[in-house]
Design a protein around this ligand. Structure first.
Ligand code: DC
Length: 229
């Protein structure tokens, strides 16, 4: 068994990082389909721990309790997009306002992160790679990824995209939540959101999905060719 405390080289890992609303999920899923690689939404894993924390009535700020909940959590993420946490269907709840409000606090705890990072590495090891999206994939989980992408978009466009996804919240509420989470995710001590060394920045503000996927695919093709040399 590989040492999951360490990232592994030679896997076909495509790391997609960026702030909320930058298009990560849509792009990563479309890219995975085009490259015929498996796809992992690591944000859904932090959301799942947060769901379990709320379900047990624990305090999201409590580093010790949240870490033990993370270690004990059973999580199933079948390809149809369902999220099963400790045997409960949490597919809708993990995207709801309660989890969204608390997830940055839970994701800031180092022992929660190390548990989920191990699971993410194990996931990729078992499959020989994959497209992983999150905040720290290129900087911490797989710094040796074949291709590292940092997606950005203007704050207005990111808020408009998220507001379009969640029916019950207006633009201003979504924009304020994104700004708050950006601030927490970029300023936390452990593996904050940042552009990883060697990551290619792609601004998606004025690009459609197909254009972004084509840009990234070209980078992946170049990386595969360079590795073969
Ligand atoms: O991508 P998302 O909005 O579903 O992510 C939810 C939260 O999880 C986000 O506010 C930051 C955190 N996260 C993280 O810290 N590291 C990751 N690799 C993925 C998400």
């Amino acid at each position: 068994m590989a040492d999951l405390a360490q990232p592994a080289p030679n896997l076909n890992v495509i790391a997609i990082d960026g702030p909320a609303g930058s298009g990560k999920s849509t792009i990563a899923q479309a890219l995975a389909k085009r490259l015929e690689l498996p796809y992992l939404d690591t944000g859904a894993m932090y959301r799942s721990v947060t769901f379990a924390v709320i379900a047990t009535g624990a305090d999201p700020e409590d580093a010790v309790t949240t870490a033990s909940i993370a270690r004990e959590m059973t999580l199933q993420m079948p390809e149809n997009g369902d999220i099963i946490v400790n045997g409960l269907d949490a597919t809708l709840e993990i995207r709801g306002p309660e989890v969204t409000r608390a997830v940055s606090a839970v994701a800031a705890h180092p022992d929660v992160r190390s548990e989920l990072v191990s699971r993410q590495r194990e996931w990729a090891h078992r499959r020989g790679g994959g497209v992983l999206e999150g905040r720290d994939i290129g900087s911490a989980v797989f710094p040796d990824a074949l291709t590292k992408i940092y997606l950005t978009a203007s704050a207005e466009v990111r808020a408009a995209r998220r507001a379009g996804e969640v029916m019950d919240l207006d633009y201003d509420t979504v924009a304020a939540d994104i700004a708050r989470r950006d601030a927490l995710d970029t300023s936390r001590q452990h593996d904050p959101l940042r552009r990883a060394d060697g990551a290619i920045e792609v601004d998606t503000t004025y690009l459609d999905i197909d254009e972004v996927v084509s840009v990234i695919s070209a980078h992946v093709d170049r990386a595969i060719a360079a590795r073969a040399d």
